[in-house]
Design a protein around this ligand. Structure first.
Ligand code: GH3
Ligand code: MG
Ligand code: MG
Ligand code: MG
Length: 312
């Protein structure tokens, strides 16, 4: 029961894909009982107060929280409400574990946002089953949330995710006084590619282009998304115009280097992209939408001046 460093695993937040469970209770003996039930199946952490729980949540995101109601200072209902108010913790299922069997209390807990309410004394097998049910629901919800953000054809982020990340990065850059770059990428003469090779080959081409673009984005904070049909977009935090142009040119080269034959292109005998780059400093005004629009204007410029190039 110690605080570990790195979050790991794909399906669950816990190590070795074991679900990460946080038990919050002011009585160590209560925690011990629950710990013994879950120690084999879950990575279990404990907090002896609401404050300690929030401290833990700054570092890790558990898959489920077992929460006591009566605790000094911050009580369980208040903890639950606060969890539900923050986007970062709102999706964590909370189960109250308490000796109070009053239905009014149970209702209060559920209204506060808990998914279940377990009254002591309890049977270990029942507690286990209830927790497992909620962990399954949570895992499925996580999968759906992830799928809702991914483009089905190419596996890169979709436009919904792009728009959300762009807004988040815009606000972050505004706070930090940093620059923010946006890159718009459009495959050249792609309609002709489809016309010559067929729609399936066109799909395959888009997959390869996405893979090449993704490979070139080296910073983990950079995001590549499929913005629409044969258009991709990138958000590059803390990037000025020089850096963004270097990146744009490298992306253009990567796609060209795929050497996918495109005999009907007027830009080159292979598949190429045109790229528009725009950089803003959100602390000086403007908007994410305006930044995107200027990247689009630069993309138009790249198209107009011969395609297979970068404008910014
Ligand atoms: P430009 O160089 O000016 O960008 O010309 P273009 O032909 O690439 O542009 P246009 O907008 O005329 O055509 C885009 C084409 O992209 C038409 C559309 O059928 C194709 N497209 C869009 N989404 C997909 C897709 O998911 N798969 C395939 N195979 N084709 C797609
Ligand atoms: Mg208590
Ligand atoms: Mg287009
Ligand atoms: Mg195009």
């Amino acid at each position: 029961m110690s605080i570990d460093s790195e979050p790991a695993g794909s399906g669950h937040a816990g190590q070795g894909n074991r679900p990460l469970l946080l038990i919050v209770d002011d009585q160590p003996s209560n925690i011990q009982v629950l710990f013994d039930i879950f120690k084999d199946d879950c990575e279990v952490y404990m907090a002896l107060s609401g404050e300690a729980a929030f401290k833990f949540l700054e570092q890790r995101t558990p898959d489920l929280i077992l929460l006591d109601i009566v605790m000094p200072n911050v009580g369980g209902f208040a903890v639950c409400q606060r969890l539900k108010e923050s986007a970062r913790t709102a999706e964590i299922p909370v189960i109250f574990v308490t000796s109070n069997s009053d239905p009014e209390e149970e209702a209060r807990g559920l209204v506060a946002g808990a998914v279940d309410f377990i009254v002591k004394p309890f049977h270990a097998t029942v507690v286990k089953a209830r927790v497992n049910t909620q962990l399954t629901v949570k895992r499925q919800a996580d999968q759906l949330r992830a799928m809702a953000m991914v483009d089905g054809l190419t596996g890169v982020a979709n436009r919904r995710r792009f728009d959300a990340v762009l807004e988040i990065e815009w606000r972050r850059a505004a706070r930090e006084g940093a620059e923010l770059a946006v890159i718009m990428i459009d495959v050249d003469f792609f309609k002709r590619y489809n016309d010559r090779f067929g729609h399936l080959a066109g799909d395959n081409c888009l997959q390869q282009v996405a893979g090449a673009l993704q490979q070139r984005l080296d910073r983990s904070s950079d995001l590549l998304a499929r913005y629409g049909g044969e258009e991709f977009a990138c958000v590059l935090p803390a990037t000025g115009l020089d850096g963004a142009l270097i990146c744009g040119n490298a992306l253009e080269q990567r796609v060209r280097a795929l050497a996918l034959p495109h005999p009907d292109s007027e830009a080159a005998p292979v598949v190429t992209v045109s790229i528009g780059v725009a950089v803003g400093r959100p602390s000086e005004g403007g908007s994410a939408a305006a930044l995107l629009a200027s990247a689009d204007t630069q993309l138009y410029c790249a198209k107009q001046s011969g395609r297979a190039r970068v404008c910014g």
